[in-house]
Write a protein that binds this ligand. Sequence first.
Ligand code: BEZ
Length: 387
Amino acid sequence: MNRRILLAALAAAAAAIAIPAAAQQPKLKVGFMLPYSGTYAALGDAIEKGFRLYLTEQGGRIGGREVEFFKVDDESDPAKATDNVNKLIKRDNVDVIVGTAHSGVAMAMAKAAKDNGTLLIIPNAGAVAVTGPMCAQNIFRSSFSNWQPGYAMGEVAAKRGAKKVVTITWKYAAGDESVGGFKEAFEKSGGQVVKELSLPFPNVEFQPLLTEIAAIKPDAVYTFFAGGGAVKFVKDYAAAGLKKTIPLYGAGFLTDGTLDAQGADADGLLTTLHYGDGLDNPKDRSFRAAYSKAYNAVPDVYAVQGYDAAQMLGIGLAAVKGDVANKPGIASAIVAAKIDSPRGPFTIGASHNPVQDMYLRQVVGKDNKVIGVATKALADPGRGCKM
Ligand code: BEZ
């Protein structure tokens, strides 16, 4: 071999060695397990859009690895959840699962993720158990615990002078825990929850319960509903004539992503949530501009949570150079990070749930206008979590 050919061969070998390890890794397999049908279908759509937006901003790579997607529609059906999550874990052999919206489904996913050691990032479902007794090194939430917005609204309702409140929600973990958070803060401040009304998920036959509220005449009503059910509840509450006489307070899902369909019936409603319209921070401005350019739509809280799930994955995988097997490395990077979210910067607490401001919002036209911070840097208590 002459000298020139030898040098060229050496240069090529050196270039191959210089390629970062991550670039040689296989594609990162990301499994979306989300509701693409049913009352939470819009939530799944927004979560996926938010996640993909972050990926596009990163040139299609997370932790240096290209991404391949696998998708399962969980239908917000807990009875199908174990089979559905096993399609991603056992059939598709995914590296990470991103899902879901419904707390009952999320609990089955968390069990499977814990048993199999699969990385799980929950971009909505607030089931308290997942970052409580079921907490694990490989399980994270980019959203909230059901307790958080409820607790913040309990403080707000008491400050606004309510003494006797009726609660109304779907009878499953999200509704029960949202009401639990509300009740904890409200009763600590001297208020009383005089009646807890509920109906099965995703039932929307609200009329008999609204008649009961009218008869009780409480100072206010606190509610958790989301998606299609929230649209119908707000319209039915107004149609029953209650909006004029009994203030309706809610966890922010009541009016997030729903205002086009609720129209004037939502006007003026007060809710608490970790996102809202009119947050004047640079990250939110750039996120909203990019989201509406990409999808011709205004982002809601679910889009933010999907975006932040991708950011958290990016932070974790960057720290371990794309080595998804290194769960301790991923966990310590995510817990150490200050996440630059459109909601404002937040951190992930020891039980892997966001520690974040809860905003007080009021519906003005098509906006959930932020009118203040209800509770600053609120952390879920993480009761029962032993990491
Ligand atoms: C839940 O099931 O945890 C949930 C669903 C929709 C919005 C918020 C929470």
